[in-house]
Write a protein that binds this ligand. Structure first.
Ligand code: SF4
Ligand code: SF4
Length: 351
């Protein structure tokens, strides 16, 4: 991994040289909050502010999008698919938990069927991560095996140092991004400063939640009918906000919208396993009738089903689901409770 130094002016020039740059900016409705939005100049970005309210997911899987249009003719049905090529974009100051989430979701997007719209956008995007300094008590990236300095999913990872940034070049895409920029070799002082900043950042988040044990997924699977699911889910009212802000929740529904009796579009929209209608069948039967069953599904999918299938926990510990939940559901606390139950079981079975 090569390390370079970028001054603020170098980074400003890099932003100016690209047509489409997305970065955290102060939210118009609440200056304490940020959102990932297109910027025109580096000065528009909110450096080191709160983690953006929503993840980067919408830049790869929009909340709603047309997949194809169709038209009934005398000869049959004409189908026009949407182009899968995307316009180049740079994501600047991506949070490490959001950058990592993209790689985690890549697995399901290339499972059984390759989602060309997702990968068209992934290939057209260069991700410049930033050492996270805005962690709060809801963050638990370290418990997932990531961290505020994780390079996973970033093409370049920046750490703020005196006069600019230390840039760790992680992928050939990152190398290409910096090729035309005036970045210089990083000095020993800048490397040392960055290492201190990374260590301090890791220390801030490490005690927020216990590390997820390797055998946790198997315990969840074995304890599908554990009585704890019912009590743990009591505060969840099934609004789906947690899935909406989550960088790794990726479920969608597909509907056909008729513009007339002859033509229309096929569209996909974000969906969430937390809402009652997610599994409602046309017959009126719903295999997940209670909120505790829906809540259990979210935890089982993220910490047991997905890891079993793809070798990855479907969560990066960003903490958004805790911050947004009107019911006060707190994932690190919930995981801590479940891990304690798993450990108790292991103790009782003498393992
Ligand atoms: S956990 Fe919270 S945010 Fe998620 S569905 Fe339940 S009430 Fe809504
Ligand atoms: S489940 Fe919660 S903490 Fe994990 S990635 Fe999703 S929003 Fe973040």
């Amino acid at each position: 991994m090569t390390q370079r130094f970028l001054s603020h002016a170098d980074l400003a020039a890099l932003v100016a040289a690209h047509k489409r740059v997305i970065a955290p900016v102060r939210a118009k409705d609440d200056a304490r909050q940020t959102d990932y939005l297109p910027i025109q100049a580096l000065a528009d970005a909110a450096l080191g502010a709160a983690l953006p309210r929503r993840s980067l997911k919408e830049y790869f899987l929009p909340p709603t999008e047309v997949l194809l249009s169709y038209r009934q003719t005398k000869e049959g049905v004409e189908i026009k698919e949407v182009p899968t090529q995307a316009q180049p974009q740079v994501i600047l100051f991506a949070s490490p938990c959001d950058a990592a989430a993209l790689e985690v979701v890549d697995k399901v997007m290339d499972w059984q069927y390759r989602d060309e719209l997702w990968f068209g956008r992934r290939e057209a995007t260069t991700i410049v991560g930033l050492l996270c300094s805005s962690m709060d008590s809801s963050c638990f990236c370290s418990a997932i095996g990531l961290g505020p300095d994780s390079p996973r999913g970033s093409d370049v990872l920046l750490t703020q140092v005196e006069g600019g940034y230390l840039a760790q070049v992680i992928t050939p895409k990152g190398e290409a991004l910096l090729a035309h920029c005036a970045a210089t070799e990083a000095s020993a002082a800048a490397v040392a400063q960055a290492e201190t900043a990374r260590k301090q950042a890791r220390e801030k988040v490490e005690n927020n939640a216990p590390a997820i044990p390797n055998e946790f997924g198997a315990w969840l699977e074995e304890n599908f009918d554990h009585p704890a699911w019912k009590t743990m889910a009591l505060r969840c009212h099934g609004c789906g906000a947690c899935a909406s802000v989550c960088p790794t929740c990726h479920c969608f529904d597909i509907v056909d919208e008729h513009d007339s009796s002859e033509e229309g579009v096929r569209r996909r929209n974000w969906d969430s396993c937390q809402t009652a209608k997610f599994t409602l069948q046309a017959s009126g039967y719903n295999p997940r009738q209670s909120q505790s069953e829906r809540f259990r599904q979210r935890i089982q999918h993220k910490f047991s089903i997905y890891p079993k299938r793809f070798g990855e926990i479907l969560c990066t510990g960003c903490g958004r689901c805790c911050r947004v939940c009107a019911g006060g559901m707190n994932l690190p606390e919930i995981l801590g409770g479940l891990i304690a139950l798993a450990k108790k079981d292991q103790g009782e079975s003498g393992q």
